[in-house]
Design a protein. Structure first.
Length: 418
C-alpha cells in the first residue's frame, strides 16, 4: 500500500451503533443497516456496517486476512477523496469479539435485484449503456491504483441514493504492478493483435434521459446465488509485462479462462467479468453456466457466447470482452480507454456522468426514510449476535419452519452477498 494514504479509518464506537435491520448475511459476516444513537438519534443518516465474528477466523481459511485487506482497500479508496462510483469508508472498529467497518448505505439495492424488477427481467441497451459507463469508470480508477477487482457481478454493483452505481466487496481484490508506458508502446508496436473496434454509429440518446420500467418483483424468483471461489494458489507462470496473480478466485460464472487454466492473470480478468455482466444484463442469464462447476468451467474455456437476435454494437462489445485469450481481449493493451472508444459508447460524455440528474432508477422514498424503529428487536450489535448463539427457549412454530414462497425484495436491497 502507498504510505501516503491514511493508515487507519476513523474509529467507530460499537456501543453507540444501533442496528435497524440486517441487510445481508454471507460467508464473511453480517451486514447491518445502523445509525449512531448519539449523533443521529432519529436515524436520518443510516449507514451499512459489515461485522465479522472473530470466532469465525479459526474455521474459515484466510478470513481474517481478507477482512483486514478490505478495510485497507476501502481506506485507500477514500483518500484523498472518494471516487463517485466507488465506496469510501465511514469508519471501523475492533473488539475482542468483532471486526467491523462501515460504508455509505445504498438504498437502491443491487443490479440483480433491479433487473428482476423489469418486465422481461432484462435491461434495455440505453440503460445498459448508462450503468456500464459508470462501472467502466470505477474499474478504470481501481486499475489506475494498481488494484484488480476480481469480483465483478450484479450483486456487487449497488445503486446509491442518487441513482448512480457504486461497487462493493473488495476482499478478493489485490494489487498488481501495472505495465509501464514503455511496455504498452512496445505491445502496440510489436504487431500485437488488437481487436478492431466496431464502426461508430449515430449518437444515441442523451445521457440525461433514461427510462426504466418500475414493475415489482414480489412474486418473482431471484437467481440462485453464484458459488464464489476462494483464493487458491495455482501453478506459477512467467510473464514479462507487468505482474500477474496466480490465485484461483471469483464467482464461478464470472471466472475468466486464464483463471480456470491457472495461467496467471492480471487486469484483463475484470474486462472479462464486464463482458459476462453485460451479457446477463441483456439476456437475463450468464453465457457459460453449466449443470455443475465442471461443465461451467469447460464452457468458459471452449464455448462461444450465444448472441441471440440481430447483431448490434452491444453484441459486438460483448464478443470482444469475452475473447478467451486475454492478450486479445478488448482492454488488454490500453485498459478502459479501449472500451470507452467502442461504438456502443458513442455519444457518452464521460466527464459528465456524475452530473446526470435522472438516472434510470431512483430509490423509492420508503426505501430511504427510517423512523429509527428497530426491526431486529435488539439495541446493539453485540446483543444481536448473542441472541443468534442462544438456543431458542421454546419450540419453533410450524409456520416458522416452513420456507416462505413469497419475497419482498425491498427488505433485502443491498450487500446481499459478500
Amino acid at each position: 500500500m502507498d504510505s501516503s494514504h491514511p493508515s487507519s479509518p476513523p474509529e467507530l464506537d460499537l456501543h453507540s451503533l444501533r442496528p435497524i435491520k440486517v441487510l445481508g448475511k454471507g460467508a464473511m459476516g453480517t451486514v447491518f443497516l445502523v445509525h449512531d444513537r448519539i449523533s443521529d438519534e432519529s436515524a436520518h443518516f443510516p449507514f451499512a456496517l459489515k461485522v465479522v465474528e472473530k470466532s469465525s477466523f479459526a474455521s474459515k481459511v484466510d478470513a481474517e486476512r481478507r477482512a483486514r485487506w478490505e478495510i485497507q482497500v476501502l481506506s485507500r479508496l477514500s483518500f484523498p477523496k472518494p471516487h463517485p462510483f466507488l465506496p469510501d469508508i465511514v469508519g471501523s472498529f475492533e473488539s475482542d469479539e468483532f471486526l467491523g467497518w462501515a460504508v455509505p448505505y445504498c438504498p437502491g439495492g443491487d443490479l440483480n435485484v433491479l433487473r428482476y424488477r423489469q418486465l422481461d427481467r432484462v435491461f434495455s441497451p440505453a440503460v445498459i449503456r448508462f450503468y456500464l459507463a459508470e462501472i467502466v469508470c470505477a474499474l478504470d480508477h481501481l486499475h489506475s491504483m494498481g488494484i484488480v477487482y476480481r469480483d465483478l457481478k450484479p450483486e456487487n454493483v449497488l445503486i446509491q441514493q442518487s441513482g448512480h452505481v457504486t461497487l462493493t466487496d473488495f476482499d478478493l481484490s489485490r494489487t498488481l504492478t501495472r505495465r509501464t508506458v514503455k511496455d504498452v508502446v512496445s505491445l502496440e508496436n510489436s504487431g500485437h493483435e488488437k481487436p478492431p473496434i466496431a464502426v461508430r454509429r449515430k449518437p444515441g440518446r442523451n445521457l440525461t434521459r433514461w427510462i426504466m420500467s418500475t414493475s415489482n418483483v414480489k412474486n418473482g424468483s431471484k437467481k440462485a446465488k453464484s458459488a464464489r471461489v476462494s483464493p487458491v494458489s495455482r501453478r506459477k507462470s512467467s510473464f514479462t509485462n507487468g505482474e500477474r496473480s496466480n490465485s484461483f478466485v471469483g464467482t464461478e460464472e464470472y471466472v475468466s479462462p486464464e483463471i480456470v487454466r491457472g495461467d496467471g492473470h492480471e487486469f484483463a480478468v475484470d474486462w472479462w467479468a464486464l463482458g459476462i455482466l453485460t451479457y446477463e444484463m441483456l439476456y437475463g442469464t450468464t453465457p457459460f453456466k453449466g449443470k455443475n462447476r465442471k461443465e461451467t468451467f469447460r464452457n468458459v474455456l471452449v464455448k462461444a457466447p450465444e448472441l441471440i437476435g440481430k447483431r448490434s454494437d452491444l453484441t459486438d462489445l460483448i464478443e470482444r470482452l469475452l475473447v478467451k485469450d486475454p492478450t486479445k481481449r478488448l482492454g488488454y493493451v490500453r485498459g478502459a480507454c479501449e472500451i470507452k472508444e467502442h461504438a456502443f459508447f458513442n455519444g457518452v460524455k464521460w466527464d459528465l456522468l456524475t452530473e446526470v440528474t435522472r438516472p434510470p432508477f431512483l430509490p423509492h422514498r420508503e426505501e430511504t426514510e427510517w423512523t429509527g424503529n428497530l426491526t431486529l428487536g435488539c439495541e446493539s450489535i453485540t446483543e444481536y449476535f448473542h441472541k443468534q448463539r442462544s438456543p431458542p427457549s421454546f419450540p419453533p412454530s410450524p409456520s416458522s419452519t416452513t420456507p416462505s414462497t413469497s419475497f419482498s425484495w425491498q427488505n433485502d436491497m443491498s450487500l446481499t452477498e459478500f
